[in-house]
Design a protein around this ligand. Structure first.
Ligand code: UDP
Length: 242
């Protein structure tokens, strides 16, 4: 299966514009499923039919979470303005939900992390309703039954990709409204438990380098996903030209 199939589906506008659109969908009470795509999940789709089906589902809106995804789209001649990072988008959606006095469900991360984020939101936005469950205790489908009974305006799932995205995809039909997004390690950052890369790395699109410098064991994972991914995209681009 050619990697181009997924790349063609990825949003190519600005992060600001996407956050605005998603915020409006939340205000209007629409159902929206956002997938943040990095090379890891795109490579995973090559060997896992469930992930492939998720990425090709017309209901999944995919945004480019990583500079190599943006580069890959450009190599194929697709419009790709900039990265739309999961952590920034999650932050913007939480702020929009806070300001609008909406109901939010946070699922995932360690108890102390997710409860700290819930407290922070309640402190900053007295009108918001926040429910949460950590990502380690309890059956995920039972938790999703609870979420369905509440019907939140925004549900963020922080269990790591692709498990979080597959879980949302499987349960989406139980909801008539709400914005759903898998957010990986974002709760750790948004709660203040883990520091994000310094602004310089964010600005220069080199957060990946910062992470490798801090955790050299990530190098193998980086090589396997990013370098192989760009190799595959180059091959696909050559085939399209030829
Ligand atoms: N996590 C969880 N339950 C699990 C495994 C992971 O809640 O069984 C959480 C973990 O605490 C972290 C997030 O999922 O907050 C995954 O973060 P990571 O940075 O590994 O994900 P990525 O952003 O790479 O998808």
């Amino acid at each position: 299966m050619a990697i181009t199939e997924y790349l063609e589906r990825i949003y190519g506008g600005t992060a600001e514009e996407y956050a605005r659109r998603a915020g409006e969908a939340m205000q209007r009470g629409e159902r929206l499923f956002i997938v943040t795509a990095n090379p890891e999940i795109l490579m995973h789709a090559q060997r896992d039919p469930e992930v492939r089906a998720l990425l090709l589902d017309p209901e999944a809106q995919i945004v480019p979470d990583g500079i190599s995804v943006v580069k890959a789209m450009c190599m194929l001649g697709l419009e790709a303005r900039e990265r739309v990072t999961g952590v920034d988008l999650a932050d913007k959606l939480l702020r929009a939900a806070g300001r609008g006095g909406k109901t939010v469900f946070l699922l995932g991360a360690k108890e102390e992390v997710v409860s700290a984020l819930a407290q922070k939101l309640r402190r900053e936005y007295p009108g918001v309703t926040v429910h949460y469950r950590n990502g380690y205790d309890g059956d995920k489908d039972q938790i999703f039954d609870e979420i369905a009974a509440i019907g939140p305006d925004l549900t963020l799932v922080a269990l790591g990709a692709p498990a979080q995205d597959l879980l949302i995809h499987r349960r989406l039909k139980d909801f008539s409204k709400g914005v759903f997004m898998g957010v990986g390690g974002s709760f750790d950052v948004l709660s203040g438990s883990k520091r994000r890369a310094p602004a310089f790395f964010v600005r220069t699109n080199t957060e990946w380098l910062y992470r490798i410098l801090r955790e050299p064991s990530r190098l193998g994972r980086f090589w396997n996903n990013n370098v192989k991914f760009l190799g595959e995209v180059k091959r696909a681009a050559r085939q399209e030209k030829g």
